[in-house]
Design a protein around this ligand. Structure first.
Ligand SMILES: *Cc1c(COP(=O)(O)O)cnc(C)c1O
Length: 229
């Protein structure tokens, strides 16, 4: 597990250098370990090495590792596609649900959170590449979901998340990240109840440098941290 610690250190340094190169505060950028398929031991090693959060994609996998104590000490984010029949296993369990990709999901999360008498933090996932097969809202739907959130006291929207199309060049990635940053700035300037926009979750192993240059403050890193899956 020394390797994971070395990777965290190296990625942190890259985050720091990149942030400084564009005049951003390196300490404001959160490093999330994307832990799908990883063992609890590897996750614990990443947490010991100082990642800020852990993200999981699959509810079943998360529930198993949770029972093994894999996430102790850091916030747990849900970053995968959230099926409606799994919502009860995520709301109130995850500190942040990053992948709210429809009005229906947002409403269902709100209902469950109300039943639990909690406020669930969420991000809205934007399908920035407008890919048919991918979940997430279209950019122009963002206001509609913020409006729903504004009427749902059991939900707190903290920002936006996106996954650009797979396999793009750095400059094409950058174009999508810039679009997301513009959307982030737009909605941050508006005032809605239950909305406190501060997180922009963009960037994975092959794109986090571009994402930070574009204004991301939450990068989700899997293979560069744990090795190839
Ligand atoms: C797997 C995954 C990541 C990390 O991907 P890597 O390319 O391995 O860094 C980030 N975000 C989401 C939503 C993922 O599913």
């Amino acid at each position: 597990m020394h390797e994971v610690a070395d990777n965290v250190k190296r990625i942190r340094q890259t985050i720091r250098d990149t942030a400084l190169s564009v005049g951003a505060d390196p300490d404001s950028i959160l490093l999330l370990a994307a832990a799908k398929t990883q063992t609890s031991e590897a996750i614990v090693a990443a947490i010991s090495a100082g990642v800020d959060a852990v993200g999981e994609n699959r509810v079943q996998e998360m529930t198993e590792k949770l029972s093994q104590g894999a996430y102790s000490g850091v916030p747990l984010h849900f970053i995968g596609h959230l099926q409606s029949n799994k919502i009860n296993k995520v709301v109130g369990v995850c500190d942040l649900i990053e992948s709210v990709g429809s009005a229906e999901t947002l409403t269902a999360i709100g209902k469950r959170a109300q039943t639990l008498n909690i406020i669930q933090d969420v991000l809205l996932e934007v399908n920035i590449g407008r890919e048919q097969q991918k979940s997430g809202i279209a950019p122009e739907q963002t206001e509609e979901l913020l409006h729903i959130a504004s009427m749902t006291p059991s939900i707190s929207v903290l920002g936006l998340m996106a996954i650009p199309p797979f396999g793009l060049s750095p400059s094409d990635n950058r174009r999508y990240f810039d679009e997301m940053f513009n959307l982030f700035v737009d909605i941050r300037a508006k005032k809605y109840d239950n909305v406190s926009v501060r997180l922009l979750s963009l960037g994975m192993s092959d794109s986090y440098v571009e994402a930070i240059k574009a204004g991301s403050n939450l990068v989700r890193i899997g293979s560069a941290l744990f090795g190839q899956r």
